[in-house]
Design a protein around this ligand. Structure first.
Ligand SMILES: Cc1ncc(C[n+]2csc(CCOP(=O)(O)OP(=O)(O)O)c2C)c(N)n1
Ligand SMILES: [Mg+2]
Length: 443
């Protein structure tokens, strides 16, 4: 028996060495068939054959110095005066679409003002504005199909607005009232909508990125005609999850648009303390991902880039990285005071000189589609709509405390049933400490 086992082991080893010999021969064959042409036929060209890189040998010691490389250019369609720079790049969007872009950008702006103030007055617990980044929202949202799946970070409310999330729904979420789709279980601005294919926002940075890559992989396996778009900030791009997502999507050829909003800051950390490379776009080629950098304050440039990226994702089944350069005009959130780390002059430059709303308005005025009167009328109307939704959401009752226990399990397990029972008994025993009249009734 022992001898048979020894013989079998030897036979396996011999088999293995034959395989190695065959593979090696194959490798040599591959390299040696590249015969040099010219005066010395038959001489074999010396090319590196290391697996996993495309390269050639050099005999001079030279490091790649990032500083000596040209910066990645910023693609623009509209200049700051709202004129098309290169006629062939004009997306030629119809008046209704451009007007919707503008109305949604300014409506978002108006909602931001009201909800920001509302937090300052103690009426809601938290808020984050989108000031200055409206062009990245509407430009990208307009280029997608509504059935494409969106993973946001938290500063992409405009994408939801474009898709039809109503002012009521925004307000209900921020007030965490009984009409909130998330039943008051999340902090304000953590929106989500199954109907609108917008995955609920999650606070821990970059967690949406590997999830989005996974969804795109699932789309590919299901042969769906849809892409996933994953928004993230340049700060979030420093998380390990960003690397995992980009590499996963590249290696598995997933139809996903990674949309980076580079707004200059991650709370108080400016980009110069965040990375040393040329923005986030410079990382794309490293992953083997098709990449473009666009002017995020130019909604048409963002639109063209997203539209083309979507096409690449679907026709070639591969990811695309878009880096949209923009600026966060507001404070990071209501928990932040940005005057501690940046100057008023810096902010007012972006607010006054390079603002996506102003740029689109210039374009519309140039086209004869908009004027002072239309502006005045619309801004009044926008404010009225926001105030109406605000006034309706605020007094609405909060969800029943029972909702704390629902929706994690299909059926409430005995342990949670017990906890719910104890919670109810406790609240009823100490009613005077709980403003129960503000909540929907418990059963
Ligand atoms: C894992 C993790 N670390 C830290 C935070 C705290 N945090 C919330 S937002 C933020 C900055 C993110 O900046 P960026 O990705 O550039 O997005 P922006 O706020 O500029 O839109 C930080 C550090 C967090 N939410 N999650
Ligand atoms: Mg940022």
């Amino acid at each position: 028996m022992l001898n048979i086992a020894r013989f079998a082991a030897r036979a396996t080893l011999v088999g293995a060495s034959e395989t190695i010999q065959r593979t090696t021969a194959c490798y040599f064959h591959r390299s040696s068939i590249i015969q040099s042409s010219g005066s010395n036929p038959g001489r074999f060209e010396d090319k590196p054959e290391f697996p996993g890189s495309r390269s050639q040998y050099v005999s001079k010691l030279e490091f790649i110095e990032p500083e000596s490389q040209e910066g990645i250019p910023v693609y623009r369609v509209l200049n700051r005066e709202g004129n098309i720079i290169e006629e062939s790049e004009d997306p030629k969007l119809p008046k209704e679409i451009v007007t919707k872009m503008y109305r949604d950008m300014t409506l978002l702006n108006t909602m931001d003002k009201v909800l920001y103030e509302s937090q300052r007055q103690g009426r809601i617990s938290f808020y984050m504005t989108n000031y200055g980044e409206e062009g990245t929202h509407m430009g990208s949202a307009a280029a997608l199909d509504p059935s494409d799946l969106v993973y946001g970070q938290y500063r992409e409310a405009g994408v939801l607005l474009w898709r039809g999330f109503s002012l009521d729904q925004f307000m209900n979420q921020c007030y965490g009232n009984a009409h909130d789709l998330g039943k008051g279980r999340q902090m304000p601005v953590h929106y989500g909508s199954k109907d609108l294919n917008f995955v609920t926002i999650s606070s821990p940075l970059a967690t949406q990125m590997p999830q989005a890559a996974g969804s795109a992989y699932a789309f590919k396996l299901q042969k769906k005609d849809n892409v996933v778009i994953c928004y993230f900030g340049e700060g979030a791009a420093s998380e390990g999850d960003a690397h995992a997502a980009l590499n996963f999507a590249a290696v598995l050829d997933c139809p996903i648009i990674f949309f980076c909003r580079n707004n200059g800051y991650a709370i108080s950390t400016p980009t110069k303390d965040q990375y040393r490379g040329d923005g986030i776009a410079s990382r794309g080629p490293g992953y083997g991902i098709s990449t473009i950098r666009v002017d995020g304050n130019d909604p048409f440039a963002v639109y063209n880039a997203t539209k083309a990226a979507r096409k690449t994702c679907l026709s070639q089944n591969r990811p695309v990285l878009i880096e949209a350069m923009t600026y966060r005009i507001g404070h990071h959130s209501t928990s932040d005071d940005s005057s501690a780390y940046r100057s008023v002059d810096e902010v007012s430059y972006w607010d006054r000189q390079d603002n996506p709303i102003t740029r689109l308005r210039h374009f519309m005025v140039n086209q004869g589609w908009w004027d002072e009167e239309a502006e005045k009328e619309w801004m009044l109307d926008a404010r009225k709509r926001v105030m109406k939704a605000f006034a309706e959401a605020e007094p609405r009752k909060r969800p029943s405390p029972e909702e704390l226990f629902n929706d994690v399990y299909d059926e409430l397990p005995p342990m949670l049933q017990q906890q719910m029972k104890e919670m109810k008994e406790h609240v009823m025993q100490h009613k005077e400490h709980y403003p129960l009249e503000q909540y929907e009734k418990m059963t």
